[in-house]
Design a protein around this ligand. Structure first.
Ligand SMILES: O=C(O)CCC(=O)C(=O)O
Length: 203
């Protein structure tokens, strides 16, 4: 499947094997249970949602994922040839947490041509409606009016439909950083861990 510039997203299936997912989760657990001196700025172990930052520097499998040609090609089709990874984090809402407002990951897109930002969410467990699978609004990356007021999506006359990204573990939801999206509440009894990767166009 290729990035669809009209919809603003693509799902890349099985970018991680189950062994790679296990290795990433195990390493995250080691960091979470390890000495405080191993924590990095932005790591958040308490509260409703656990965050671990800079995982491309801390976990080999994440670094390999970023270099995966299938991923790199898809990122290039969103932000162009020259880009850099600015975020590689774990986001893991605990049961009862994770709900976010609809938002974009960059300022409204006022120009045609490549996007400034690409975002990927990699499911480390199956994403279900119950556990807070990410929601996205296909096509909203071309709607500057809605990017300015993402909360208006559900009231727009054209009724852009939000889509809940139910998917299997190991799949990547890759989208324009101008696409309206959000995390949803985890109503399951387990954490919903996912990687969040963000690239910025250079130049
Ligand atoms: O974890 C998710 O489902 C989406 C997270 C997100 O959009 C964010 O933290 O900005």
């Amino acid at each position: 499947m290729c990035y669809d510039p009209d919809l603003g997203f693509v799902v890349l299936r099985q970018v991680f094997t189950s062994a790679e997912i296990d290795a990433v989760l195990e390493r995250c657990d080691t960091i979470r249970n390890g000495p405080e001196s191993d924590l990095m700025p932005g790591d958040k172990l308490h509260g409703g949602t656990v965050h671990l930052e800079r995982l491309a520097q801390r976990i080999d499998q994440v670094q390999t994922l970023v270099a995966n040609p299938k991923v790199a090609n898809a990122v290039r089709s969103i932000v162009g040839q020259r880009h850099n990874l600015v975020q590689s984090s774990l986001r893991s809402p605990r049961p009862g947490f994770g709900q976010q407002q609809l938002h974009t990951d960059d300022a409204p897109k006022e120009h045609r041509g490549p996007c400034r930002v690409a975002t990927a969410i990699v499911a480390l467990v199956p994403f279900t409606k119950l556990n807070g699978a990410t929601r996205i609004v296909p096509g909203s990356h071309s709607r500057i009016d809605l990017q300015r007021n993402p909360g208006n999506v559900n009231h727009s006359p054209e009724k852009l439909q939000e889509q809940i990204m139910v998917t299997d573990a190991g799949s990547m939801i890759l989208f324009s950083g101008h696409l309206i999206h959000s995390g949803r509440k985890n109503n399951s009894t387990h954490e919903r861990p996912a990687l969040q990767l963000i690239w910025h166009r250079q130049g």
